[in-house]
Design a binder for this molecule. Sequence first.
Ligand SMILES: [Zn+2]
Length: 284
Amino acid sequence: MTAEKEISVLLSEARNLINIPPAPVATMLVYHRIEDGGAPSLPDSVALTEFQEQMRHITEEGYSPMTVRELAALVEAGEEPPEKSIVVTFDDGYLDTYTHAFPELDFFRMPATVFLAAGHIGASTPFPWLGGNGGKPMDWQQVSKLHRAGIEIASHTYSHPFTPNLTKNELCLELERSKGKIEDKLGAQVHSLALPYSFPLRHPRWPSFRARLREALNSNGYVCCCTMQRGHISPKDDVFALRRIPVGRDDDLRLFRAKLEGCFAWTAPLQAFYQRFLKSYPAP
Ligand SMILES: [Zn+2]
């Protein structure tokens, strides 16, 4: 990770040194936990002070923030997104999305999309997939407040399974139950999905999974789907397999800036290689 960080920052500094303007890319950022007090406990957690700096940077550097649904509509129409388009997303539905991130989003008037593992929202125990190290989820009252403030509330499945292992019917049920529950609680439509866990778009199992996924998304009225595959967004992208850029505890402002300038996307092939050849996925 350190090498990835140093190279990305070097690329960013070289880009600015010779006055090349930042690439006109649209970027979706993915956050998980926002922690306060001390160093974040997990690699994909961000310290509150860093998060505040990042939201300030987006605001002061003239980015065009929007929700996933808004950016996906442009991609679907094949339209070029506005220059420096950016989407702030949060996965899972942690309590700290409400207690720590929301006040900053509100302060900076920052649009955002929150993906909920809907079956866990309102539980009194931490999300189970981080082995007891996970944060607690929000309750539905807190989700409602985010929704009323204009934040897009979207689906991250119902139980947070490794979706490529699900049958067509199981996958359909995960998408249907999650969307139904959120819509029932908020009285508003859900349009976007984010898949739990990362799964490579070039894996041999991707084409068959993609076919099941498309069918489940279409039959449940979803209009777009985000992945954990690293990369930026272009008008030619598949709206059912949108790439995102992760933000984690290593993101000081230099690395964050590099990520927004497109100087981190070079790591996407490394991620794909690791996932394709070195990582083992649970058998279906
Ligand atoms: Zn997740």
